[in-house]
Design a binder for this molecule. Structure first.
Ligand SMILES: Nc1ncnc2c1ncn2[C@@H]1O[C@H](COP(=O)(O)OP(=O)(O)OP(=O)(O)O)[C@@H](O)[C@H]1O
Ligand SMILES: [Mg+2]
Length: 274
């Protein structure tokens, strides 16, 4: 285990935007078939970190290694071509496209030749439906349906199946379950486990400790742009993880102070602190 080359690794990565330092000395590794959960409160730097991995931003200092080789992406497309796929909160697919079209977006199969080349709808639909069904998304059986008509969970799952189909090795999921209800979130978590079983290195960002615990092998908590804790599955309890995410404050203390406030304020909840 210890000497396996990670699929993706960050070594002492810093990211600043002009005078604003957002990420500090980030070092992380993700092996094949492992899920790293990246936890942290709003503004901790999670999105900045994954944008740096996905070629949207370049690190100010430090290195990114893919299969042990240093890489530098000047555009997101370069990262994608090297197998780093990012799926955003709403699946990143196109609501007005059919499932078949959106699955291939830009690389559609064609039939005919030269100027007579046309989009091969049947083939696109067949491949797309097969790929998503293989992933356990059996409710998608018609490639002509519009993506906009799918549920949030199905859209997320479609985006994940698509990334895997096109050869992604690193799958970055930025809050894929944030906008979903319990059942749909469970469905997406199952798809994440399937991606892991297929050997991808997955980076899963979430605010929800239960979702993290359902899929994570390894956890990193980001606080104000630095890794505040880094541990493996089973090393911390759900309460400890929640406390870490709250920036080291005990959630139990926080809850009791909210209760105290409510008792002395006629049952009203405290105003939000922002
Ligand atoms: N392009 C930028 N220029 C300047 N500051 C930025 C830029 N992008 C992000 N930041 C700052 O970096 C910090 C981290 O932002 P980021 O979006 O990475 O947080 P996050 O952990 O993803 O938060 P959330 O949970 O709300 O999505 C914030 O304070 C943000 O204002
Ligand atoms: Mg974010």
């Amino acid at each position: 285990m210890a000497d396996k080359t990670p699929v993706i690794e960050l070594r002492n990565v810093d990211k600043s935007f002009g005078p604003i330092d957002v990420l500090h000395e980030i070092s992380l590794k993700v092996n094949e078939g492992e899920v790293l959960c990246l936890l942290g409160d709003n503004g901790a730097g999670k999105s900045t970190l994954i944008k740096t991995l996905a070629g949207v931003h370049q690190p100010t200092r430090g290195e990114i290694l893919l299969d042990g080789q240093p890489v530098r992406f000047s555009r997101p497309k370069q990262a994608q071509e090297m197998g780093i796929a990012t799926v955003h909160q709403f699946g990143g697919t196109f609501p007005l496209m059919s499932i078949g079209r959106s699955f291939f977006a830009g690389v559609e199969p064609t039939r005919g030749w030269g100027p007579f080349k046309v989009y091969d709808r049947k083939t696109a639909n067949r491949i797309a439906v097969e790929a998503v069904q293989n992933f356990g998304i059996t409710r998608i059986d018609d490639g002509d349906r519009l993506v906009g008509g799918l549920s949030g969970g199905e859209r997320q799952s479609l985006a994940i199946a698509r990334a895997v189909h096109f050869g992604a090795r690193v799958l970055i999921l930025d809050e894929p379950t944030a906008a979903l209800g319990v059942k749909q979130a469970a469905h997406v978590l199952r798809i994440v486990n399937e991606a892991k079983r297929r050997g991808l290195a997955v980076i899963f960002i979430t605010h929800q400790v239960m979702h993290a615990m359902a899929v994570g092998d390894h956890f990193a908590v980001l606080i104000r742009g630095a890794i505040a804790a880094d541990f493996r599955k089973g090393e911390k309890t759900r309460e400890e993880i929640a406390d870490l995410m709250a920036g080291g404050e005990s959630m139990a203390d926080l809850e009791s102070s909210i209760e105290g406030y409510m008792e002395s304020h006629d049952g009203h909840v405290p105003p939000p602190v922002h």
